[in-house]
Design a protein around this ligand. Structure first.
Ligand code: ADP
Ligand code: ZN
Length: 241
């Protein structure tokens, strides 16, 4: 009979007139809201995520890592922070920035050790001085992200000759988000992308900070300088890289 079968009209259905009457900005606003909620889901759901903070020495990589880890703590996330054993110059159980910001950390001898020390419920994993953790770090960081962790890695992207410094370039390829930090050139005050070694050594890794290295811009950076002279080895313990 006519009128007996009634379909429920969904609440979201609107007449053409109603749709036309809606203000033109509402669609854009809905898209904005959807994008924002997608971004939130990455952090609140179980989707893993890899962030890389890279740049020369003194550019604020550790400061930025510490800032992001602190925000995670404020959000009551379970946090674990790692740094390589080679970097125990200021403290063996803290990450310390050149501006003396600090955050507790665990020391590892290799990237694999991060997996051994991992507490399964940790949500936010920070890794500082990643350039000392070797070629296994990209695989380890990917694995953590695949497990649903938010992983934040900080490290030097170029060596003392200005060459790409593994494993950071590989991590950049794998990351969801990349932040490049710049320092201040100690020669001219411009934005500094390079780390100038001030002591003579051909070793790729010479651990130290002020006095051994300084930040330089592209114009002031001297890749081949200083050349190898008498000094073969600079002892760790003389400052923070
Ligand atoms: P990174 O981890 O990149 O080596 P840090 O986060 O440890 O850098 O330190 C950044 C801090 O270093 C700056 O906030 C500033 O206080 C100090 N600093 C010293 N030299 C410089 C420089 N040439 N350019 C910028 N900051 C410098
Ligand atoms: Zn300069």
């Amino acid at each position: 009979m006519r009128g007996e079968r009634r379909f429920r009209i969904p609440r979201f259905s609107r007449t053409a007139a109603q749709v036309q009457a809606r203000p033109p900005w509402s669609c854009a606003r809905r898209l904005e809201r959807a994008a924002a909620s997608d971004a939130m889901n990455v952090f609140q759901g179980h989707t893993g995520w890899l962030e890389v903070i890279c740049g020369p020495m003194f550019s604020g990589k550790s400061e930025e890592l510490i800032r992001r880890m602190r925000r995670g703590m404020i959000a009551r996330k379970r946090v674990q922070v790692f740094k390589p054993a080679i970097d125990n110059r200021y403290s063996s159980d803290e990450i310390v920035s050149h501006s003396d910001l600090r955050i507790p950390s665990q020391t590892v001898n290799s990237a694999r050790e991060i997996l051994e020390l991992l507490e399964i419920r940790s949500e936010l994993i920070g890794i500082d001085e990643a350039n000392f953790l070797g070629p296994e770090l990209p695989e380890v960081a990917s694995r953590l992200a695949d497990m649903g962790k938010q992983v934040i890695v900080a490290g030097l992207d170029t060596d003392y000759l200005g060459r790409p410094f593994e494993p950071i370039p590989s991590l950049l390829a794998l990351a969801e988000e990349i932040t490049k930090t710049l320092a201040i050139c100690m020669q001219c005050g411009g934005p500094a992308k390079f780390t100038q070694r001030l002591v003579a050594s051909d070793d790729l890794i010479v651990v130290g900070a002020a006095g051994l290295y300084e930040a330089r811009c592209r114009r002031c950076f001297e890749a081949g300088s200083p050349r190898q002279h008498a000094l073969d080895f600079v002892k760790p313990g003389s400052g923070k890289v």
